[in-house]
Design a protein around this ligand. Structure first.
Ligand code: FAD
Length: 390
């Protein structure tokens, strides 16, 4: 395939470069990222890093890895355009030619039009996390805009560090896009048990130096405000280059965009889910890394290889590890098992399994969902929803 250029040196971009070498690609690889330093993992930014401040532990590989594998890493380089006809990209007036281009540009924080929002801090990059960590000491009252995974992970850490924490969530329940109402309710109780003040159905209308104003007229005093209200995919490069986009760079099951010389992966890609064919965009380490492995295999020779892995995800909040196998729609039906696992169904077919501190059930669910044959509600009910039927 020749020279592979990867735009975005995050979780997926790094994995694409590494997997190309493991798959035997002998040509040049250029890995270009807008952020400074070596590629790193983001999940600890809202968890361990806030407590420890250990940056080296975040690195995906040391500098020697990139040298040894002849991966030309270009940090602090923002790609500004793609010239598809000439097969090259541009940064700071410089052109870089590619034989194959991989878009791994991820997402950025969604910034709703809230007056005063510039006062709020972000938690997306290492630079954001450093700033947040430095700002925390001495701030007694902390407010979080958004009761999704990142907002809640941060809330639990901040509470443990002794801060008074309020979370404002516009939806009527926590993590509503991603989990069942049962799991939302359980996590609500857990966070309230920790002493986190959670306001549901409360959109933020203004951020001031004194705190946040909510739609119900309440005002929450805060010395520090964190914005964690979701993300938007970085698709401008693709859109301007005329690639098909729809809340993400549209790809086929092989993660190939509408241009056969360009692939897309991870948080910025929209792809058809195996089985249903539904177009989805996933924000998870697993999707980014499995996408990268799939693309590497395809570029090295297996032209028809598709991404067929079962999506899975985790979130650590206080002492609870939430794990989700599969992908449910917010409207999917849910059945709670006695041991706490929640099974999701669409038209009687298992779509996802949510577990808390139960790695065994999570692994069984992944195996079951990967089995190919759909697991039906009736047959699972006969076995008392025992997942270990494979
Ligand atoms: P990213 O890792 O975001 O990398 C994209 C990179 O592209 C960025 O570095 C960006 O600067 C760069 N870029 C963008 N545009 C350009 C350009 N024009 N030129 C050059 N570079 C560009 N997932 C889980 O599965 N479990 C978790 O517990 C979890 N926790 C998380 C906690 C936090 C605080 C955050 C922020 C994310 C978390 N995630 C978690 C999500 C996970 O980190 C992402 O899904 C994953 O990083 C996606 O990988 P990616 O390669 O698609 O994008």
């Amino acid at each position: 395939v020749g020279h592979v250029v990867i735009v975005g040196a995050g979780q997926g971009g790094f994995q694409a470069a590494a997997s190309l070498r493991t798959e035997g690609h002998g040509g040049p690889i250029t890995l270009i990222g807008a952020e400074p330093g070596l590629p790193y993992q983001r999940p600890p930014l809202s968890k361990a890093y806030l407590k420890s401040g250990e940056e080296e532990a975040l690195q995906l590989r040391p500098a020697s890895f990139f040298e040894k594998n002849c991966i030309d890493l270009m940090p602090e380089t923002r790609i500004e355009g793609i010239d598809r006809t000439a097969a090259r990209i541009t940064a700071c007036g410089r052109n870089i030619a590619y034989d194959h281009l991989v878009l791994a540009t991820g997402t950025r924080n969604l910034r709703p039009p809230i007056p005063g929002l510039e006062r709020a801090l972000d938690l997306r990059t290492l630079a954001d996390a450093r700033k947040l960590r430095d700002a925390l000491p001495g701030k007694r009252r902390v407010a979080v805009i958004g009761g999704g995974f990142i907002g809640l992970e941060f809330a639990a850490v901040a509470r443990r560090l002794g801060h008074e924490v309020t979370v404002a969530e516009a939806a009527p329940r926590l993590m509503s896009r991603a989990v069942s109402p049962e799991i939302s309710t359980r996590f609500l109780a857990m966070h309230r048990g920790l002493g986190v003040d959670i306001r549901l159905g409360s959109a933020v209308t203004e951020v001031t130096d004194e705190g946040i104003a909510l739609t119900d007229g309440a005002f929450v005093d805060a010395d520090l405000v964190l914005l964690a209200a979701g993300v938007v995919p970085n698709i401008e490069l693709a859109t301007e280059a005329g690639l098909a986009t729809a809340n993400g760079v549209v790809t086929d099951a092989r993660l190939l965009t509408s241009d056969p010389a360009i692939s897309a992966l991870g948080d910025c890609a929209v792809f058809p889910l195996t089985g249903s064919g539904r177009l989805v965009r996933l924000e998870s380490v697993q999707a980014a890394t499995d996408h990268a492995r799939t693309i590497a295999k395809r570029l090295v020779g297996d032209r028809e290889v598709a991404y067929t892995a079962v999506p899975w995800f985790w979130s650590d909040q206080a002492d609870w590890k939430l794990q989700i196998a599969g992908l449910a729609d917010p409207s999917d039906e849910s059945v709670s098992r006695d041991d706490g696992a929640v099974l999701r169904f669409a038209d009687g077919v298992l779509t996802a399994v949510e577990t808390v501190n139960d790695a065994k059930a999570h692994m069984q669910a992944r195996k079951l969902l990967a089995g190919g044959a759909s697991a039906r509600r009736d047959s699972l009910a006969e076995r008392d929803y025992d997942l270990a039927m494979v």
